[in-house]
Design a protein around this ligand. Structure first.
Ligand SMILES: C[S@@+](CC[C@H](N)C(=O)[O-])C[C@H]1O[C@@H](n2cnc3c(N)ncnc32)[C@H](O)[C@@H]1O
Length: 236
């Protein structure tokens, strides 16, 4: 067989990967942190499940869903594939070929995800996306409409000590000097939005579901900047 011609790798990776041939690539997000995160995002095997990964970028979590048994995985992105973000789709396409993956991909902007076009999914991933959108309530509603069972939101949070659902708007460049960052909800706001969208069970991993646990914020993602982040699970 002639050697496989791989799509070119990107100039810079966002996700890190360990490919089946043993080669590793180093991205902005370290591999050990991604693996820790994946362990929290995917509590169970996904055999036979349909999974949608909204804002997949280089696709680490899409390929991870496939590796954990998902029957059908759709990865979508736009901003960092062909929009104005610093990335492009070369990382996803290169990793896709290296893994021999069957993950499907669609260049789709976040507000354009409609159940009438995409169908529904057992699991929907909205990871690292919510704080980038100007209208998180409606984006979450659209993501929820696509989800028949398990929605996972990974996000920057704020106002965790507020006793009521609340969301904080950042001034430009305040959060990581990134003008694409807008809103950060607290856990109660995530819970209330998801409750309105028909979910009935909730969990924050790896910590307890509360809005006060100052000491329990810390995520074990090996980067102290991640401390204000949370992984929020909602089930129908
Ligand atoms: C922080 S990355 C998260 C990538 C991946 N889901 C993860 O958790 O590692 C943010 C993703 O949101 C997407 N995105 C969509 N709209 C965006 C916007 N207006 N500004 C920044 N990122 C946006 C980017 O293309 C990118 O894939």
């Amino acid at each position: 067989m002639p050697p496989q011609v791989l799509p070119p790798p990107p100039d810079r990776w966002f996700h890190s990967f360990a490919f089946p041939d043993g080669q590793q690539v180093q991205g902005v997000k370290a591999l050990d942190a991604l693996q820790d995160e994946a362990a929290e995002i995917f509590p169970d095997r996904l055999d036979g499940k349909r999974v949608l990964d909204i804002g997949a970028w280089d696709g680490f979590f899409s390929f991870e869903a496939e590796r954990r048994g998902a029957a059908d995985v759709l990865a979508t992105d736009h901003f960092c594939w062909s929009g104005t973000g610093w990335g492009d789709k070369r990382g996803f396409d290169h990793a896709h070929a290296r893994f021999g993956s069957s993950v499907r991909s669609l260049d789709l902007d976040i507000p354009d995800h409609r159940v009438s076009d995409l169908g529904s999914f057992d699991m929907v991933l909205l990871l690292g996306v919510l704080y980038h959108v100007t209208d998180p309530y409606n984006i979450l509603r659209s993501a929820a409409a696509l989800c028949t069972d398990h929605l996972v939101i990974e996000t920057v949070t704020a106002l965790r000590h507020e006793p009521a659902p609340a969301m904080r708007l950042f001034t430009e460049l305040e959060l990581d000097r990134d003008p694409t960052n807008f809103w950060a909800p607290n856990i109660l706001a995530l819970r209330e939005m998801c409750r309105r969208f028909g979910f009935t069970r909730f969990a924050v991993t790896p910590e307890a579901l509360d809005n006060r646990g100052w000491r329990r914020w810390a995520m074990p993602f090996r980067n102290k900047d991640q401390r204000r982040r949370a992984i929020f699970h909602a089930w129908r």
